[in-house]
Write a protein that binds this ligand. Structure first.
Ligand code: G4P
Length: 528
């Protein structure tokens, strides 16, 4: 039996990430969430992309120049009785495969939607990724202080486009200049909104009960409208159901304004109450539960150049089970070696410090001198390896070429190492000597050229190449795969890990190939 203190530590943890389209309000909501977590005295210092007020990091030059964060930081803070880990997901130009992989390291997601715009492209993409693990999703409809779309339309759109049932937990009263607050359907209370208090934690002004005349006094004609509307809403939408939420089939929906710091706390209350505590993961030898006392974890991201002076790389490890203790011995399953770890790091908005202990659900940073790869499993001695930390088929491709042709070997070595770190993917066509670089975000290309120069002393440049997508090739019948390899050789390449990949010049070409070779599986993800 695990001891109670240990179980309490696990039970109180909530590890989540935010998914949203750029500009929906992820940064603003992160600031407010941290304000509630007392992690920031005054919200507004997370990344300050416009104020030029940078978190204390001095990582990549590029990051400074462009005023964006190339890194996934991890923020831990207490809320209510819980300890919350918020994993930041690179979003704007810094969108990358790390964004996708971060979603495999959380137990729930907050989906932020700009209520004036509704469901946008990036959100659809990210939702697809959360579906790989049926991650529970909480929804926040943001920017109610502006004129937004009709709330019912918004729910309909989420349901039809994202294929998830919506259960409104709060309902907005008015919008834009007339935004008055929300009615909490489960608590049967109205919370009134006050403008101009975005930087502080507001005292909740609450009116109990829907029929309370105080409500009419406070919001005037909107009270009647609200009562009518709720009749409709209750008939037309779904009731919250915990099991469906946990299965990723239903999302509780909250309304508010991140900028006005209104509604974020209602959402956080929902998160700590309903979102799952750290979940187990599958391994090649069965599943591991968070409450297993033996330590285990997997690496989902490698961050280079966090400290350019030391050229160090940090591997971000999600603890799946047990507890990390400073000085403990870890077994790295892929290479079968034991390492003693006494300097694992914790992160906070750019700062990092050495930590003494951490539990399942937490993210720790391990110093990496080149021996750690994305997907690596660390255990306290067991030899299993975690499944489900994928590569994602890139969506952007370029041919990479050397300025100095003599450095071909270094270029290849650099690219393979960078692909092992997950910075980018590399493909080598079977029939020619091209090197194709694949990414899901444009910034990845620049990062790769900068790092090839800085770390491998290789001067490279890109050329356009006609590639629409890539798929990893599998087949149960080896003979069929061999035959496919012969016939489709012109479209085949090996990735950084020597896996066979189909490189499609157009999406039509891909569907034709899929039709033509029904025994061959074309996969959009590849597990490490
Ligand atoms: P992101 O990280 O998802 O990209 O979004 P971010 O929080 O940076 O927000 C994008 C823009 O939307 C910002 O405005 C931000 O102030 C604004 N915003 C966020 N939440 C709300 C809200 O609840 N109401 C309103 N009205 N605006 C909101 P910006 O003009 O791009 O930047 P800034 O100069 O205001 O910082």
């Amino acid at each position: 039996m695990a001891n109670q203190d240990f179980l309490n530590e696990i039970n109180k943890r909530r590890t989540f990430a935010i998914i949203s389209h750029p500009d929906a309000g992820k940064t603003t909501i992160t600031e407010k969430v941290l304000l509630f977590g007392n992690a920031l005295q005054r919200a507004g210092t997370v990344k300050g992309k416009k104020s030029g007020q940078h978190a204390k990091s001095d990582w990549m030059e590029m990051e400074k120049e462009r005023g964006i964060s190339v890194t996934t930081s991890v923020m831990q803070f207490p809320y209510s009785e819980c300890l919350v880990n918020l994993l930041d997901t690179p979003g704007h130009e810094d969108f990358s495969e790390d964004t996708y992989r971060t979603l495999t390291a959380v137990d729930s997601c907050l989906m932020v939607i700009d209520a004036a715009k509704g469901v946008e492209a990036r959100t659809i993409k990210l939702m697809e990724v959360t579906r790989l693990r049926d991650t529970p999703i909480i929804t926040f409809m943001n920017k109610l202080d502006r004129d937004t779309r009709d709330p019912i339309d918004l729910l309909d759109e989420v349901e039809s486009v994202l294929n998830i049932k919506c259960a409104p937990i709060t309902w907005p009263i008015g919008m834009g200049k007339e935004f008055k607050g929300i009615y909490h359907l489960l608590r049967d209370e109205t919370v009134l909104y006050s403008t101009g208090q975005g930087h502080t934690i507001q005292e909740r002004r609450v009116i109990k009960g829907l029929d309370n005349p105080e409500l009419d006094a406070a919001v005037g004609v909107y009270a009647g409208e609200l009562r009518e509307m709720l009749e409709l809403v209750k008939g037309a939408s779904h009731e919250f159901n915990l099991a469906e939420f946990i299965a990723g089939e239903l999302t509780p929906v909250f309304f508010g304004t991140a900028m006005g710091n209104f509604g974020v706390d209602h959402m956080l209350d929902g998160l700590v109450e309903w979102a799952p505590s750290p979940q187990g993961r599958e391994t090649d030898q069965g599943s591991v539960q968070a409450k297993d006392e033996k330590f285990s974890g997997f690496v989902f991201k490698i961050q280079a150049n966090m400290d350019p002076k030391h050229r160090d790389r940090i591997a971000f490890c999600r603890i799946v089970s047990g507890k990390y203790q400073k000085g403990m011995k870890m077994h790295q399953s892929r290479i079968g070696k034991d390492v003693r770890i006494s300097d694992a790091l914790t992160f906070f908005a750019g700062d990092r410090e050495v930590l003494d202990e951490a539990y399942a659900g937490d993210i720790i940073g391990l110093h990496n001198h080149g021996s750690i790869q994305i997907g690596d499993t660390f255990t306290s001695g067991d030899k299993f390896r975690f499944a489900g930390i994928p590569n994602f088929a890139p969506e952007l491709f370029k041919r990479i070429r050397l300025r100095d042709p003599l450095k071909q070997k270094q270029l290849l070595k650099g690219l393979i190492q960078l692909s092992e770190e997950g910075a980018v993917q590399v493909f080598r066509p079977l029939q020619n000597n091209d090197l194709i670089v694949g990414a899901v975000g444009v910034l990845q290309f620049d990062v790769v050229v900068a790092r090839l120069k800085g770390e491998y002393n290789v001067d490279a440049l890109y050329e356009h190449i006609n590639v629409a997508t890539a798929r990893w090739i599998y087949g149960k019948d080896e003979r069929k795969v061999d035959e496919f390899q012969r016939k489709a050789e012109a479209n085949l390449a090996l990735d950084g890990g020597d896996n066979l990949t189909y490189i499609a010049p157009t999406m039509v070409n891909l569907s034709l190939a899929q039709e033509r070779y029904p025994d061959i599986e074309f996969h959009q993800t590849r597990e490490h």
